[in-house]
Design a binder for this molecule. Structure first.
Ligand SMILES: Cc1cc2nc3c(=O)[nH]c(=O)nc-3n(C[C@H](O)[C@H](O)[C@H](O)COP(=O)(O)OP(=O)(O)OC[C@H]3O[C@@H](n4cnc5c(N)ncnc54)[C@H](O)[C@@H]3O)c2cc1C
Length: 414
């Protein structure tokens, strides 16, 4: 089925929606991209920018459950939630535990691994097609551990993990000494992921997708979709400001705020916002050739982007619109000081929402002849945006859902 000449409304202009909008447009569709236009409200703006093709295992395993108490914010770790949000995360947590069933975990790993195979090639192709090949950089990254015991445990865990297309090796002595010299002697062991990549700058990547879309004649509406009505003969998209559209098809890609729109379409999307924090340092002394680093014991990613060096951390399970918790930025700042990270000043604080379903798999599929969705990309939406856009193209160009997308059908939660 060709989309040539069809009017498709894409709801949400983060990395997922904007990548799909560009691909649909290139296939000849007349695309309208609808988004409130607040770039800092997007997870796609503030993420760590890693194209983590080794993240094939969903974070639904008994090992994750067992280690959760030790990872709580109250214990100095990155994991947090508010008791007042129990009506949100309580039912979500029950579904999470069900998804930890080994057979579901294995099936999820296989499906994610297959999608991750396309992550880097799809990004390179998209970046070339929008005239910005510089936005995707083929650099590996370091996992570092700060005690011999955690390094030993970490390397054993990696040896037993299904890393999809990702490849790693333990770091050598010269690399360890380099890391110790840079970070106050703290790293005691590490692994180097050899075939991952990164975005040169997540915010600039979103901007470049929007610019390419506009330059090719795409229509962007700055606004918020309030209601979707999918009738027998047409689909209606109603915006908060009263505007209404009746496109041929829609794609819901509204990140952590997609659940309400999916409900209008008759589907349950039990999303939580996994809220992450960053400090961004326009001024820094990060060596040009230093690869990105994950301090695995602390779950802190350090990355140099075009616009500055950035430290990201935390996973606070909650609602997208609750105010940020300033203790997270203070804790991040304290940890950067402990590591003697090569950054200057206080850093610009940010909080954003990973859109996460209880089984830590994305949802990519079709609900009706007129309604498509691509959401729930949790910790790996920057990784999977271009591959997801390819999957969306497969969905609009064929009548039946390709079998490789079966695990990502949102109706698994109905
Ligand atoms: C701290 C942090 C670090 C991360 N690091 C990485 C990483 O290193 N690698 C990786 O792969 N992933 C990473 N991620 C995850 C990644 O950022 C997300 O999975 C991804 O950005 C999700 O993209 P999205 O387009 O679905 O959502 P978003 O970027 O949030 O975009 C959704 C858009 O939809 C809009 N919208 C919402 N509701 C409506 C509505 N009703 N009408 C119209 N528009 C609407 C929003 O305003 C927003 O612009 C990280 C996330 C965080 C928070």
């Amino acid at each position: 089925m060709s989309v040539k000449g069809q009017h498709i409304a894409v709801i949400g202009g983060g990395l997922i929606g904007a990548s799909a909008a560009v691909r649909l447009q290139q296939a000849g569709a007349q695309v309208t991209l609808i988004d409130p236009g607040q770039e800092r409200d997007r997870a796609s703006f503030g993420n760590a920018g890693h194209i983590v093709i080794e993240s094939a295992e969903p974070l639904t395993s008994w090992a994750q459950v067992r280690s959760a108490p030790g990872r709580l914010f109250g214990m100095g770790g990155p994991l947090d939630f508010r008791l007042g949000d129990i009506t949100l995360w309580g039912p979500w947590a029950l579904r999470y535990l069900i998804a930890c069933k080994p057979s579901r975990f294995r099936a999820g790993t296989a499906a994610l691994g297959a999608l991750l195979e396309r992550a880097i090639p799809a990004w390179h192709a998209l970046a070339v097609d929008i005239g910005r090949p510089d936005l995707v950089q083929d650099v590996g990254y370091f996992h570092l551990w700060e005690s011999e015991a955690s390094a030993q445990r970490g390397l054993i865990d990696l040896a037993h993990a299904d890393l999809g297309p990702g490849r790693y090796r333990p770091i050598d002595m010269a690399e360890l000494e380099q890391m110790q010299a840079l970070f106050d002697g703290r790293p005691q062991g590490g692994a180097y992921f050899e075939n991952t990549a990164k975005l040169a700058d997540p915010g600039q990547t979103v901007e470049a997708l929007w610019s390419a879309f506009a330059a090719a004649g795409g229509q962007a509406i700055i606004g918020t979709v309030d209601r979707l009505e999918d009738g027998p003969n047409r689909i209606q998209v109603r915006l908060r400001d009263g505007l209404s559209l009746t496109p041929d098809q829609i794609l819901v890609a509204a990140g952590a705020r997609s659940a309400r729109l999916m409900r209008h379409l008759g589907a349950k999307a039990p999303l939580v916002a996994e809220r992450g924090y960053h400090l961004h340092f326009p001024e820094h002394d990060w060596p040009e050739d230093l690869k990105p680093i994950l301090f695995a014991d602390r779950f802190i990613y350090l990355t140099r982007f075009n616009s500055g060096a950035r430290a990201t951390s935390f996973t606070e399970i909650g609602r997208p619109d609750a105010p940020p918790d300033p203790r997270k930025w203070a804790a991040l700042k304290r940890q950067l000081a402990e590591l003697k990270a090569p950054v200057r000043g206080d850093g610009v604080p940010w909080m954003g929402c990973r859109p996460t379903l209880p089984d830590f798999l994305p949802a990519i599929g079709r609900l009706s002849p007129r309604a498509l969705y691509a959401l729930g990309h949790q910790h790996i939406g920057a990784t999977l945006a271009a591959a997801t856009a390819e999957a969306v193209m497969d969905l609009v160009e064929t009548d039946a859902t390709p079998s490789r997308l079966n695990m990502f059908d949102i109706r698994r939660f109905n």
